[in-house]
Design a protein around this ligand. Structure first.
Ligand code: NAD
Length: 251
């Protein structure tokens, strides 16, 4: 680990959705900067593989389950002696469009992971960090949670707007206790979440890329570096802030 951050000093960070895409890239980036990593995901084999690669700990974790959050925090504390932070990257898309059949179950499943799963992290990890008097939480929303409306997925977009509100509210509540909360808003990033778009149709990829000012989709590592910025002391005076990383699409 050549690029070790002296401020990391064995501090442990829980990364939800750590088995795949942006979460997995965040695990690698944090480990490369000297953080201890707790890879949290409901996917066991992929999560264990990332944990082995980064010398971290895997915890099987459904972010919509309060008990799983308590287990994850205890496992992290047992292994690393405490926790420094959380990157809440677990998420699902819903494809719940205006003309979709009315489906309360689909809406609730999307909210449960993308929004309630973040709320639980802010509560359970936030309280633990508050007791310690220091720490940093990063939530992953989406450029689709910023105006102008860019995605037709009603359920997904509403949860990403929700993450922004949750994060700012928690940032205010936790700031007096030395705990920071910031949000990264990715544009279109090449991960399994959008594999249906990018693997199926090269022409569509060309069209999407041409519409992005920087001329391409983003890579997971480019979001991971933004998460690292907020987890580390590089961002020591930032809380309640939002960083859009979208190749200029919202510019
Ligand atoms: N890829 C993009 O273009 C893009 C754009 C904007 C925002 N995002 C957001 O970035 C985050 C990461 O997405 P990604 O693109 O890396 O997707 P991904 O599908 O590669 O990874 C998501 C991970 O979340 C995990 N997960 C899903 N439900 C879970 C649950 N209930 N409990 C625990 N883990 C669960 C999955 O198992 C998976 O490993 C998501 O919040 C997503 O909404 C992605």
């Amino acid at each position: 680990m050549a690029d070790t951050d002296p401020t990391a000093a064995a501090r442990a960070v829980i990364v939800t959705g750590g088995a795949s895409g942006i979460g997995a890239a965040t695990c690698r980036t944090l480990a490369a900067h000297g953080f201890s990593v707790v890879v949290s995901d409901r996917q066991v084999a992929a999560g264990e593989a990332v944990a082995a690669e980064v010398g971290g700990l895997f915890v099987r974790h459904d972010v919509g389950e309060p008990a799983d959050w308590h287990r994850a925090v205890e496992a992290a504390t047992d292994r690393f002696g405490g926790i420094h932070g959380l990157v809440a990257a677990a998420g699902v898309k819903s494809e719940y469009l205006l003309d979709s059949p009315e489906d309360p179950g689909l809406f609730e499943r999307t909210v449960r992971v993308n929004q309630y799963g973040v709320l639980l992290g802010l509560q359970v990890v936030g309280r633990r960090l508050r007791e310690a008097g220091a720490g940093s939480i990063v939530t992953i929303a989406s450029a689709a949670g910023m105006p102008p409306a860019q995605s037709p997925d009603l359920a997904y977009v509403s949860t990403k707007w929700g993450v922004r509100g949750l994060s700012r509210t928690a940032a205010r509540a936790l700031a007096p206790h030395g705990v920071r909360v910031n949000t990264v808003l990715p544009g279109l990033i090449r991960t399994p979440m959008i594999a249906g778009v990018v693997d199926a149709d090269p022409e569509r990829v060309r069209q999407i890329s041409a519409a992005i000012p920087l001329g391409r989709m983003g890579e997971p590592e480019e979001i991971a570096r933004a998460a690292y910025f907020f987890i580390s002391d590089l961002s020591s005076y930032a809380t309640g802030s939002e960083l859009v990383v979208d190749g200029g699409s919202l510019a």
